[in-house]
Design a protein around this ligand. Structure first.
Ligand code: SF4
Length: 401
């Protein structure tokens, strides 16, 4: 169970996590060399790209894209910087972009401006003859990196030896590696997104067994608690502790086993921020992503996937006020494109997703100019057996939706 193209995992340091937290006026990209000055370690890139200003980069990206024409499709995740998203042929959340990728049967190359697990999913869903390219191979996802394959396999063995013949259905959130999706496919499990998590839980619970949910404990708890599962019926599996930090009795009694992972962006939002938004604006509607902690989701007016948040805000009444708990590039874009509404981020300290941020426009230009020279770089290829099993879990998700 392995991907052919291994991603060099470059964990997010505290320094990098906070390096790009800025005031809103300062969110504009700088040249790569200026961004490297804060001490980050991203994929090496030829020196000639380091000092190019965002304006110069934009002109060259446009020309390279024009030369390549229909051969290339650029996909941009909503959390990407403006200087990257402006070149996307399609924008969306991870699931929507994977669907776009699958529909691009004419494109030879799909450049995925997102993070590594998204490029892997696109490769699983596209034809073997197409290349899925990730502009910066260090653009991982800190949540996906919290579920390491060997740790998950250990957990799976432990659960099977404690639970003997009881059914455990593994469900993994889209934000996980191809290896973990494959493990689910191989063991009659399924993949889910933040919009269809409930359907997959309902399907799994009908089998009268338990669910192992990976890797986001908060999405898992938020989903299960709304289906009437009590906190007593949920346990958290900490991969650094024997039996995940649980007794055999706890495991036997549990209904949902939540992997101890989280999103470093969405767990920044707090109840205190919600209260402060309500103190300042009587009429505010608070809308958050279900990767936020349960106290935040419970106290918001609305919660849902990235696409849900966009639809609610875009279709809201002019003059309405929105405090949004999701990634700042998206919140700023919504504010810019909906000036008839008052839109702001719940967190006053503005922090982009540090791994999404690793896709700098210089990396996009590097990929495009390599393609002009017929030299595809950073191609993400998932090994065929992994692809087959992961596809099984993805197809099952689609059939349940
Ligand atoms: S926002 Fe969170 S879950 Fe999404 S890519 Fe960034 S770290 Fe991963």
């Amino acid at each position: 169970m392995a991907t052919q193209t291994k991603m060099p995992v470059v964990p997010i340091t505290e320094l990098e996590q906070s390096a790009f937290c800025q005031t809103e006026e300062d969110l504009e990209s700088k040249s790569l060399i200026e961004e490297f000055a804060v001490g980050v370690k991203w994929q090496r890139i030829p020196k000639k790209y380091l000092g190019l200003s965002p304006k110069l980069l934009a002109g060259r990206i446009q020309s390279a894209k024009k030369l390549l024409g229909q051969k290339v499709v650029i996909l941009g995740h909503h959390y990407q910087r403006d200087e990257v998203i402006q070149f996307a042929d399609y924008t969306g959340d991870s699931f929507k972009l994977s669907e776009y990728a699958a529909s691009q049967t004419d494109a030879e190359h799909i450049i995925f401006c997102g993070v590594h697990f998204m490029a892997e999913t696109a490769d699983i869903l596209t034809d073997n003859s197409q290349n899925v390219i990730l502009p910066n191979m260090t653009a991982g996802c800190s949540m996906a990196d919290m579920a390491i394959t060997d740790d998950v396999l250990d957990c799976w063995d432990d659960l099977n030896s404690v639970l003997k013949r009881q059914i455990v259905t593994p469900i993994t959130y889209m934000n996980s590696t191809a290896d973990i999706k494959s493990l689910c496919g191989e063991n009659d499990g399924v993949v889910c997104t933040s919009s269809n998590a409930k359907k997959t839980f309902e399907w799994a619970l009908k089998k009268q067994g338990k669910i192992l949910f990976l890797p986001d404990q908060h999405l898992g708890r938020n989903t299960a608690s709304r289906m009437g599962v009590s906190n007593d019926e949920m346990i958290v599996w900490d991969p650094f502790k024997p039996l995940g930090g649980n007794s055999e009795e706890d495991i036997n009694k549990s209904k949902i086993i939540l992997w101890k992972g989280h999103c470093s962006v969405h767990t920044r939002f707090t109840l205190k921020q919600i209260n402060s938004a309500r103190d300042k604006h009587n009429d505010v509607k608070v809308i958050v992503h279900p990767e936020c902690t349960p106290d935040v989701v419970d106290n918001a007016d609305l919660y849902g996937s990235t696409e849900f948040i966009i639809n609610e805000v875009v279709n809201a009444k002019p003059g309405s006020t929105w405090a949004i708990g999701t990634e700042i590039n998206l919140v700023n874009r919504l504010a810019k494109e909906n000036q008839d509404k008052n839109i702001f981020c719940l967190d006053s300290i503005v922090c982009p997703c540090a791994t999404m941020y690793r896709i700098h426009p210089a990396y996009l230009l590097w990929m495009l100019e390599n393609l002009v020279e017929n030299n595809p770089t950073n191609v993400v290829k998932v090994a065929s057996k992994t692809k087959e099993n992961a596809r099984k879990a993805l197809d099952l998700m689609l059939s349940l939706s």
